[in-house]
Design a protein around this ligand. Structure first.
Ligand code: AG3
Length: 278
């Protein structure tokens, strides 16, 4: 018998599938007003942020998600000055956004202030961008914020949890309409839209809804080892600019994003293409 106990974190992705990571120790656990929040130290991926039992981000692979959410949109818009992130309280997307010199103001609208506090405490390298003087951190309902700021933003990001619990409204058609209205006449938005293996109906319905509202709708992919199935999708709705013609890279210190990766991310395997066909 082993003389030390092995601790494992398991995310049950559905009733037939889970991902497990061996854990050294639990660093923090609480029930916030909105969700359960845990920070654990894993052996393979470093510290990991968990909300309602779902992996949100880890020290080792967070760069993929945060770079691919932030930089594809910001390299599609020629002059992004005013940017909004709905959700994303860990600060990872904001950290990538403030790498762009054109950005004058980045608002974070996160409903759960505890996610921000805990990220600052346990994930300082992810949360660091929140201290940039251009960043305005607001603990508020992102849906309300979007409804109350018409025609204001160049780029809006939706960095949500899965479409259950506090995030349900962020996958709804009337929210996408409010996002459209909160954008300037040449604005665009990008939302994280889950796995093409695990969430096909969701991707289909999001794409259909966004296409009803925005003149241009796109899906792109990235590889995120700690998310369900490892293959992840992002949906972009754009009023004018075409992400297949990105501007030259404005950022240097990235580990996943390059102009080539940006373009390649829009190449969809047929089984994914089928999800977004008219
Ligand atoms: N937001 C998307 C996480 C979705 C992961 N889903 C899951 N593990 N079931 C991540 C927030 C990072 N800023």
């Amino acid at each position: 018998m082993a003389n030390s106990m092995e601790l494992w974190f398991t995310e049950l992705q559905n009733s037939n599938l889970s991902i497990g990571l061996r854990v050294n120790r639990t660093l923090h656990s609480e029930q916030t007003e909105f969700q359960s929040l845990d920070v654990v130290e894993t052996v393979q991926y470093g510290r990991m942020l968990v909300l309602d039992g779902c992996v949100m981000t880890t020290d080792k692979d967070e760069f993929v998600y945060h770079e691919m959410l932030a930089h594809v949109g910001l390299h599609t818009h020629p002059e992004p000055k005013n940017v909004l992130v709905v959700g994303g309280g860990d600060g990872g997307v904001i950290r990538e956004i403030v790498k762009h010199p054109a950005v004058e103001r980045a608002v974070l609208a996160e409903i759960d202030g505890r996610v921000i506090d805990i990220s600052r405490e346990y994930f300082p390298q992810i949360a660091q961008g929140l201290n940039d003087p251009r960043v305005d951190v607001q603990v508020c309902d992102g849906i309300k914020h979007v409804q109350e700021h018409k025609g204001e933003y160049d780029v809006i990001y939706v960095d949500s949890t899965d479409p259950i619990g506090p995030a349900v409204g962020l996958f709804a058609k009337d929210f996408y309409q409010a996002v459209y209205d909160a954008l300037k006449p040449d604005g665009l938005f990008v939302a994280q839209t889950e796995s093409p293996f695990a969430n096909q109906d969701l991707i289909r319905h999001v794409h259909r809804d966004v296409r009803d509202i925005f003149p241009h709708t796109y899906l792109y992919l990235a590889h995120i080892p700690t998310y369900p199935t490892g293959m992840w999708s992002f949906t972009m709705g754009s009023k004018q600019y075409n992400p297949l013609e990105p501007v030259a890279s404005r950022v240097r210190d990235t580990k996943y994003y390059t102009t080539e990766v940006h373009k390649a991310a829009f190449a969809l395997p047929p089984f994914v293409q089928e999800l977004v066909q008219k």
